[in-house]
Write a protein that binds this ligand. Structure first.
Ligand code: NDP
Length: 333
């Protein structure tokens, strides 16, 4: 039976950059019309990510105003446009990455959506997608982590951090995590870290050198950015990789490449979307991520499901370092 699709909907947009006061919750956004290659998804759970705050503040420029925030969601296909839809059809439960997720309905390029496999609850798939694929592509492509490697993961109790810790455990690596509170330390340890340092008051470098016999780690995965960059560089082993993949504490200032000669280190600044640029890449990594979830019991740690109308509180909690794991938004509320 055809779903009844309204013409207007609830959603959150910004008309300018700033604090959480620029987040405008509205109930009369137009439901998007589809163009070729798109599907219309009725979103059940919208994933909140730190990048949403960068677009809100202007650290990353919005492509236009008004701009609907949000880069991923889980939901049901309620309509398909023309063109290639990669076998997706009405009624399919999907997860997708792209633009305009803070709404009840999003017109999504079918190329960016994948069917949720059997055995994965939709809410878990919702919480897994963007942060799980980020963690997976980082440990496969940014630095191909091998069994037995020592690795440093900052913000290990965060959304992306907990996926990194769990994946690294599955690979058989030794993970040193960092986190800012005893509760976060405990959570990262439970997820599979070998050791977790409370970087609010412990000496991270000393601990890394102690645990690695003075060598440092093969790779650092640093999504904290400005406040940890120099520390991360000090913790990398000779010929190791510093993977800087985010700016939760602010953008990393310009770096002089000559510094790399101290260790013949690699410095990378990747984004997940450039590892998932083709349909083949997205399907490959989504299959691999969901296989980890089903086979190895990797878990999405859901911190909370916020009503979309309370998105400002969700942003404040995430930016205020009050959260662990994944934040979801419920567009029906
Ligand atoms: P998290 O759930 O990890 O939340 C951010 C965490 O960073 C906080 O909980 C906090 O943990 C830590 N942190 C340290 N300093 C600060 C600070 N000054 N302000 C706020 N938080 C701070 O968020 P996400 O998992 O969504 O994202 C983590 C990072 O990964 C972000 O930088 C994000 O941009 C990046 N990312 C990059 C992607 C890419 O493609 N390159 C894709 C996905 C995420 P604690 O209190 O323990 O320090």
């Amino acid at each position: 039976t055809m779903a009844t699709i309204p013409t207007t909907q609830k959603g959150v947009l910004i008309n300018k950059t700033g604090g959480t006061e620029v987040l405008q919750y509205t109930t009369d956004l137009p439901v998007p019309a589809l163009v070729d290659g798109q599907i219309l998804v009725k979103n059940d759970y919208i994933g909140l990510n730190f990048i949403d705050t960068y677009f809100r503040t202007g650290l990353y420029p919005a492509p236009q105003f008004p701009y609907i925030l949000g880069r991923e969601a889980e939901g049901t296909v309620v309509k398909t446009g023309g063109g290639e839809t990669y076998g997706l059809k009405e009624g399919d439960k999907v997860v997708w990455m792209g633009d305009g997720a803070y709404a009840e309905y999003t017109g999504v390029p079918a190329k960016n959506a994948v069917k949720i496999p059997e055995g994965v609850p939709p809410k878990i798939a919702a919480a897994a997608l963007l942060q799980g694929l980020t963690a997976l592509t980082l440990v496969r492509e940014a630095h191909a982590v091998k069994k037995g490697d020592w690795v440093l993961v900052h913000a290990a109790a965060g959304g992306t951090g907990l996926w990194l810790v769990q994946l690294l455990k599955s690979i058989g690596a030794n993970t040193i995590g960092t986190a800012s509170t005893p509760e976060k330390v405990e959570l990262a340890l439970k997820a599979g870290a070998t050791h977790v340092v409370n970087y609010s008051h412990e000496d991270v470098k000393a601990k890394v050198l102690e645990l690695t016999g003075g060598q440092g780690v093969a790779a650092v995965f640093d999504g904290v950015g400005k406040s940890t960059f120099d520390l991360s560089f000090e913790c990398v082993a000779r010929k190791g990789s510093l993977v800087s993949f985010g700016n939760a504490s602010g953008a990393v200032p310009p770096f002089t490449i000559g510094r790399l000669t101290a260790k013949n280190a690699r410095l990378l600044r990747p984004t997940v979307v450039n590892y998932l640029a083709t349909r083949e890449e997205l399907e490959h990594y989504a299959d691999e991520l969901f296989a980890f979830v089903v086979r190895d019991g990797l878990d999405a740690r859901i911190f909370g499901v916020y009503p979309l109308s309370e998105v400002a509180r969700a942003h404040e909690d995430l930016e205020g370092r009050k959260t662990t794991g994944k934040l979801l938004l419920d567009p029906s509320k």
